[in-house]
Structures are given as C-alpha cells and as structure tokens.
Design a protein around this ligand. Structure first.
Ligand SMILES: [Zn+2]
Length: 193
C-alpha cells in the first residue's frame, strides 16, 4: 500500500473512532481547534496572571505549557517541556515515522520510541496504524520459524531404507553394488529384488 493510501485509510479509521466517542473533552484526542484554543488560554493567563481562573484554567496550567519550536507554537508537557503534545491531525506522521525508524516495530517498541519525544498519541491510534501496515500483517500470517515436527509413529518405521546404486562394475556381487543409506542397521539384499 502506498504511503498516501495508508494515510487516507488511517485518517478514516481515526475519524470513525472520534465519531463513536463524540466527546469534546476527550483528553487523548486533541483536535487542531482544541490545540489552538489551549495555546490561546495559556497566553491569556500569562498576559493577565491576576485574572480569576476557572477550574478548567487550573487544569490546563497543570498539564500544559507552550513554546516556539522552529517557528511553530507547540503545546508541551508542563512537567517535561521537551515532550511535545501531538494533535490528532499529526498522529499519522508521528506514528508512521516511529514505525519506520524502529524497523516495523510492534506496539510496545513504537510506544516507547514515540514517548521519548511526544505525548498524547493514544494506543488506539498505534493499533489502527499497525492493523493497516501490510508488511506487518503479512509477517503475522507467516508460520513461525520453530515448527515442531511430530515423530513418525508407524509399525513400518525402520523397515524401509533408501538404496543408492554405487558406481561399481556390473560383474561384481550384487550386494556390493548397492549401498544402503539412512538405516545402517539394515543389510543389503544378496539377490535382486
Ligand atoms: Zn509494518
């Protein structure tokens, strides 16, 4: 699947999840609009520190800060300003990059990788991405490397052997013309069969 198609399918599935949730205050899924609104709230509180704050304001202050990163205003974690908050519209890029950088890493590997730089990328979104990666799905369908082979339990076991003709002269005794392989306990027949 081309990258563009994967992105479209991913965004559609995330949209379906959001439709089901129908919660504006969903803390795991921060829309672009809400992202901007949180930054605006933080700026307002910074410029007027004495202004009366609501419960929501205090909650925002406890969780978020904002800073300029490469000319773009980004929300960051209050207790760790190096961790960038990711809005829903950027889930795909963050998850896709992590998946490639970890060599098609699984859920835990990806989450660990993402958490070093980003926050608010929900597990649900990582799982949606993994369900769409064709290479990973193909890998899951392949049989495991360590296949246990069942032993042959048959009364005829050991009564057969494979014979291979030796490169000998035809006038030599027949027993020497054949060599038994695999079952050294068997003896070569002295007559033709
Ligand atoms: Zn993959």
């Amino acid at each position: 699947m081309a990258d563009g198609q994967l992105r479209i399918k991913f965004l559609k599935k995330i949209d379906d999840i959001l439709q089901q949730k129908k919660r504006n205050d969903n803390l795991q899924f921060i829309s672009d609009q809400r992202y901007s609104s949180i930054i605006a709230d933080l700026k307002r509180m910074h410029s007027a520190p004495d202004e009366k704050k609501t419960v929501k304001d205090y909650r925002t202050l406890r969780r978020f800060a904002y800073k300029d990163i490469s000319g773009v205003e980004r929300l960051v974690k209050k207790d760790d300003p190096f961790i960038v908050i990711v809005p829903t519209s950027e889930f795909y890029d963050v998850i896709h990059t992590a998946h490639i950088e970890t060599g098609h890493g699984g859920r835990n590997v990806m989450e660990h990788h993402i958490a070093r730089t980003y926050a608010k990328v929900p597990r649900e979104a990582v799982m949606v991405y993994l369900s769409l990666c064709e290479a990973c799905q193909l890998k899951r369908c392949q049989p495991k490397k360590h296949v246990v082979v069942k032993p042959i339990i048959s009364p005829e076991m050991g009564s057969r052997g494979q014979v291979k003709r030796k490169n000998t002269y035809h006038n030599q005794p027949i027993a020497t013309r054949f060599k038994l392989h695999f079952f050294p306990g068997l003896r070569a027949l002295k007559t033709k069969f």
